[in-house]
Write a protein that binds this ligand. Structure first.
Ligand code: SAM
Length: 327
């Protein structure tokens, strides 16, 4: 099998796996203040179960896997899962999205297990603001994590900044300057409305406006990056060794090139982050479905992948928070 496409001829080769719905932060744009109702441990897939599903997906042509959450590093033994996935011949890219708080502790071990690269979420360079946005985190921990990831060779380390009007938009130039001064690869992300809210967040700051804030630092030259060239458009500032990426889920959706599936921590295959339709794989898996049967379920699900999200038509998804569906 060389690959699978959905009914809109989009090749599907990328699986994002939420390994847990637990998180050690409470970011304002991701989780409600009161937290979320946590899944029971019984409902969360074991590493063996995740491995079986990745094997089935790999046989259909999935060759890229990203581990996310919740916060993936709060789940014990994540390196074991990485080692198992790394043992699947046709998986050639294993990456991780993390808030970086625990990354300094685990970076070397993750690399040794087969993890290739990390994306670290970081929305501010100010300790007090970090505490406000994350509701509890320490900036220094994430900065140490970023450094450790680079030293361990989990490269390219990409920094994901969700820009929010009136919250951290003033720091856009500081993050952009990091691509010159420290060789950071920064991706500026438009804030998506969280589930059930209006289709535009009140603090949405558009990529167009982000670009205006960066203009005084020099002309942005389009740039091609080697790995993980997903929905971001990449650029470089004069004199920079790092890159600047822009991700526009709200003002210019990139659904036409969507190549991804999401596996939730409780074993549901989700075809779109912003659409609540899910296909249960846990129940068949626990009832003894073979890899061949799981492949058929995944194949049928891919055929139902929606063409796009519907934010621009005024429809927002309902249901689960991003932390449960591998945002
Ligand atoms: N805990 C990990 C982390 O912080 O990177 C992984 C899970 S987190 C849900 C994955 C990514 O989703 C992060 O980069 C986060 O910034 C992003 N995210 C969460 N809510 C978002 C929103 N409302 N708009 C845009 N990005 C969001």
């Amino acid at each position: 099998m060389t690959g699978i496409s959905d009914s809109f001829q989009r090749p599907i080769n990328y699986l994002r796996i939420s390994v847990t719905d637990r998180c050690n932060l409470r970011c304002v744009y991701c989780m409600p203040q009161e937290g979320i109702t946590l899944m029971s441990h019984y409902d969360i897939l074991s590493y063996e179960e995740i491995f079986t599903l990745v094997k089935a997906a790999a046989e259909l042509g999935i060759n890229k896997v990203r581990l996310t959450g919740g916060e993936p590093l709060v789940r014990a033994g994540l390196s074991d899962l990485i080692r198992m996935i790394d043992g699947i011949d046709t998986i050639d890219d294993i990456s991780l999205t993390t808030n970086g708080i625990l990354l300094a502790r685990y970076a070397a071990e993750l690399k040794e297990a087969g993890l290739m690269r990390v994306n670290v979420s970081l929305d501010t360079l100010k300790p007090e603001k970090f505490r406000q946005i994350t509701r509890c985190g320490e900036l220094q921990e994430t900065l140490k994590g970023i450094e450790a990831a680079g030293e361990a060779g989990l490269t390219p380390v990409k920094i994901n900044m969700v820009v929010m009007a009136g919250v951290n938009d003033d720091e856009i130039p500081d993050f952009a300057r990091k691509t010159i001064d420290d060789g950071w690869n920064v991706r500026f992300i438009e804030q998506m409305p969280v589930n059930g809210e209006a289709t535009v967040s009140p603090t949405l700051f558009s990529v167009n406006d982000m670009r205006k804030r960066i203009e005084p630092l020099g002309k942005l030259e389009p740039w091609k990056i080697g790995v993980g060239n997903g929905p971001a458009k990449y650029f470089r500032l004069p004199g920079a060794t790092g890159t600047i990426g822009f991700i526009t889920p709200v003002t210019e959706h990139f659904c036409y090139q969507c190549n991804r599936l999401r596996l939730t921590a409780d074993g549901k295959l989700r075809l779109c982050l912003l659409n609540e339709d899910e296909i249960d794989l846990k129940e068949p898996l626990r009832s003894g479905a073979s890899v061949a049967e799981l492949k058929t379920l995944i194949e049928n699900a891919i055929a139902k992948k929606p063409k796009s999200h519907h934010l621009t038509e005024g429809i927002n998804h309902k249901g689960r928070p991003f932390s449960q569906v591998g945002g």
